[in-house]
Design a protein around this ligand. Sequence first.
Ligand SMILES: Nc1ncnc2c1ncn2[C@@H]1O[C@H](COP(=O)(O)OP(=O)(O)OP(=O)(O)O)[C@@H](O)[C@H]1O
Ligand SMILES: N[C@@H](CCO)C(=O)O
Length: 350
Amino acid sequence: MTNSFVIRIPATSANIGPGFDVVGLSLSLYLTLTVTSGEPSSVPPKITYSGEGADEVPLDPYRNLTTRVALYVLRCNGHRSFPPDLVSIHCDNQIPFGRGLGSSGAAVIAGVLLGNSLGKLNLSQERILDHALMVERHPDNVTAALVGGFVGSYLRELDPQATEAAQVPLSEVLPEYPPDAGEGWGLSPPVPPLGIGHYVRFKWNSSIKAVAIIPRFELSTAKARAVLPETYSRKDLVFNMQRLAVLTTALGQTPPDPELIFEAMKDRVHQPYRNTLIPGLPAVTSLITPASHPGLLGICLSGAGPTILALATHNFESIAEKIREIFRQEQIEVDWKILNVAEGSTVTYC
Ligand SMILES: Nc1ncnc2c1ncn2[C@@H]1O[C@H](COP(=O)(O)OP(=O)(O)OP(=O)(O)O)[C@@H](O)[C@H]1O
Ligand SMILES: N[C@@H](CCO)C(=O)O
């Protein structure tokens, strides 16, 4: 007899301008896993992919990010490997890789929910987040992907022992080898400390949609973080905090105030440093305004980029086409999509 269940995770846009590593927004593109169990066997589960990233993602369950995370969760909770009756996992992915739409955060949340379901672990939402934060160490994408909506989150300051447990290298959290291939496999992985991440959902005005303008090139989060400075001036931090404090309420108000939101989506902590990696970004953020494009509320880099996120209530197409024109001047082609703010992740048993 076969059983199956479906895990669905939304895309996310982190930062929304001034909320670097703090706020995230879930968006209506999805990573969907269909997980099938059947007769027990010693053969590892078969992984298949369709959609975004299908031609580049590893299909070996000991190398694929989602199944490695599932294995990590299982091993933290007393299961040595995948259950023997796990036959196949099909991943249908709408979230482009390395574009600032939270593909890796979605893959990590998918892995934690997969491990939780396969091991019948019944982890609380808080524990699910703890496991995810051992892998993806800034909370903005993973929290929004898990709980949905417009979300602010912080990492709790841990005591020295827990800090150490939460800082082990990723290679120890997610070793790549199969069970019979190395000494390290016998060791227990680092179990997440309790209550690493905390969050709150802000209100969101439902007339606001997100236009994602997606350049046809990848930019890894690691590369886009490497250009950021270690320290900031008080002036720049105050600039961001003032705007973030206004933005988290302004996007929930009716009607949304374009002037207030446009200014509140400006940033001095990450976007200026990422300009060099995303030709066209300075022009996009300075030339398109609510005055030139009625309906526009604000523009920011989505996550670590290169996608641009324009929040708007109408005129979506003209905003997107203007941004396309600016990127064309830099010889960069884009695709664009009008997205809604999405609900959080779901697991549905068939
Ligand atoms: N569905 C998936 N299955 C397996 N691996 C994935 C999946 N989605 C993403 N990845 C891995 O994550 C990498 C992209 O992660 P990265 O953090 O650089 O970008 P992102 O998450 O798309 O952007 P951002 O964090 O800025 O929103 C991919 O190259 C791939 O290795
Ligand atoms: N806050 C992160 C999001 C990307 O995962 C960044 O901008 O680097």
